[in-house]
Write a protein that binds this ligand. Structure first.
Ligand code: NDP
Ligand code: BG6
Length: 513
């Protein structure tokens, strides 16, 4: 459907509708959705979940009848929860509008129940309160587990046995980390499945909710020009880059147990890779897309330690300011070898991608903050103009850059003639800069994902077989790194990261973008 020059794809109706498969019908007067944020006193709830729920409310995306409950051990009244939540709500959607009134209306629908995560009794009390708000309507319940992973199962057990919906659907959003390796992830899945069916589990990877990641499939499958080029025939290499210009400050305790490979590569970057490399799905239905993604993950060549470089940031003084080392964090052991940077060369052994290096790089405390996909195309055979560009062949090739954040953009580097009487070539960008093209704010990833979970749309959530395949790829190398006590290459806070990542790229004739 073309609307205002924008292609909108009609939603696909799933073939069969059980209660758990049914999409929420917003028009139903007699339905309600109760959203319980488990761990409501925590960082993620304050920073992301409540603001995203408010944004959905502001945009009119929440159903008519809904209630939001915060649940955690901290003692708080409804009023105290509202005060806490109000501090992180912003009017970012339309800055011209005073959204104070909407905020008040939203906060009136927020409540709090204090309780332990392993107490059936406390969850029964919650159930009673939810029922009061549901007021005899068909009750659908969404639990968002915004708690540390060691208490996931306790909370799921109690929520499912003492507070699940009596006559509507019950869904549970689970935050990463989903285990530390294949074994622990499989154990977590097994435990979750004791209490929930797979289609009740919504494993969140918030990178899948980012606008430019969502756009990846649109770019590929709705433009004639890209898909024919999307293979080893025309693509020389693909790079997935994640960089943050700040360290693990405040999250060192969590991070030291995981490291950058588990924190970013095994999930966010690998998910983007799977979407990037998958075959055309049969339809836009969640299962069709996830089937294709899982095939990519299963076709990946086992990752060798030789194809991995790790780093850890060390202290650095710049402009009179001393930036800390990773191990300066009090919650991190002084002799920690946990990588805060990693680069890896991956390969997909299928007909489309045979031999194409897929390079990943992720790091904390680097010189800039960005998340990008860079696609470097092959050289033009027999290029007539190559001499004009110089000796460096790399300069002449086309590159497609999908900048996920910040300053969301898609641009294609092309060669063109510099205007004038001479014949000099230049490199320019055909540029779709979102801020220039669209005046509306881009929704936060959590808004899209929460809305999808309410609507029962699973396309952007991770299925258990995807998770297994993702862990199979990284577990052996993680084990080897840990068993061999591999010392990471130290790089100064705010630098470009370990030089080893450039050697790794050079081995595959790649230069990082
Ligand atoms: P927090 O550490 O802030 O924990 C959330 C809440 O859980 C706390 O407010 C606390 O509530 C309770 N809690 C904390 N530690 C324990 C414990 N040892 N035993 C029992 N309860 C505990 O976590 P975040 O909000 O940062 O993250 C929540 C989840 O989301 C985690 O799984 C995290 O890995 C994941 N995540 C977080 C991100 C972030 O940016 N923060 C980003 C991506 C994922 P109370 O004491 O009141 O019960
Ligand atoms: C989280 C990681 O999943 O993603 C963090 O645990 C990281 O370490 C964060 O900082 C990055 O998310 P975003 O959306 O800010 O790029």
């Amino acid at each position: 459907i073309l609307k205002d020059g924008i292609l909108s794809v009609p939603p696909v109706t799933p073939p069969e509708e059980s209660i758990d498969n049914a999409k929420f019908d917003f028009d139903k007067e007699n339905s309600t959705v109760s959203i319980t944020v488990v761990g409501a006193s925590g960082d993620l709830a304050k920073k992301k979940i409540f603001p995203a729920l408010f944004a959905l409310y502001y945009e009119g995306c929440l159903p008519k009848h809904f209630t939001i409950f915060g649940y955690a051990r901290s003692k708080m009244s409804d009023a105290e929860l509202r005060t806490m939540v109000s501090k992180t709500l912003t009017c970012r959607i339309d800055k011209r509008e005073n959204c104070g009134e909407k905020m008040d209306q939203f906060l009136e629908r927020c409540f709090y129940h204090p309780g332990q995560y392993d107490s059936q009794e406390n969850f029964l009390e919650l159930d009673k309160k939810l029922k009061e708000h549901e007021d005899g309507r068909v009750a659908n319940r969404l639990f968002y587990l915004s708690i540390p992973p060691n208490i996931f199962i306790d909370a799921v057990k109690c929520a499912s046995t003492s507070a699940s919906a009596a006559n509507g659907w019950t869904r549970v959003i689970v935050e990463k980390p989903f285990g530390r390796d294949s074994e622990s992830s499989a154990a977590l899945t097994r435990s979750l499945k004791q209490y929930l069916d797979e289609d009740q589990i919504f494993r969140i990877d918030h990178y899948l909710g980012k606008e430019l990641v969502e756009n990846l499939s649109v770019l590929r499958f709705s433009n004639l020009i890209f898909e024919p080029l999307w293979s080893r025939q025309y693509i020389r290499n693909v790079q997935f880059i994640f960089a943050e210009d700040f360290g693990t400050e405040g999250r060192g305790g969590y991070f030291d147990n995981y490291g950058i490979i588990r924190d970013i590569m095994q999930n966010h970057l690998l998910q983007i890779l799977a979407l990037f490399a998958m075959e055309t799905p049969v339809s836009l239905d969640a299962e069709d897309i996830r089937n294709e993604k899982v095939k990519v993950l299963r076709s990946m060549r086992p990752l060798r330690l030789d194809d991995v470089v790790t780093g850890q940031y060390k202290s650095h003084t710049r402009g009179g300011v001393k930036y800390p080392a990773y191990t300066d964090d009090k919650t991190v052991p002084n002799d920690s070898l946990t990588p805060t940077f990693a680069a890896a060369a991956l390969f997909i052994d299928n007909a489309r991608w045979d031999g194409v290096p897929f390079l990943m790089k992720a790091g904390k405390a680097l010189h800039d903050r960005r998340a990008e996909i860079r696609v470097q195309f092959r050289h033009v055979p027999g290029n007539l103009y190559n001499k004009n560009i110089g000796t460096d062949l790399d300069l002449a090739t086309n590159e497609l850059v999908i900048r996920v954040q910040p300053d969301e953009a898609i641009y294609l580097k092309i060669n063109n003639k510099v205007p004038g009487l001479g014949m000099r070539l230049d490199r320019s960008n055909l540029n779709l800069l979102y801020a220039a093209r669209y005046d509306k704010e881009i929704p936060d990833a959590y808004e899209r994902l929460l809305l999808d979970a309410i609507e029962g749309e699973r396309r952007l959530f991770i299925r258990s077989d995807e998770l297994d395949a993702a862990w199979s790829l990284f577990t052996p190398v993680l084990k080897e790194l840990e068993e061999k006590k591999t010392v990471p290459e130290y790089y100064p806070y705010g630098s470009r990261g370990p030089v080893g990542s450039h050697y790794l790229a050079a081995r595959y004739k790649v230069r990082w973008g």
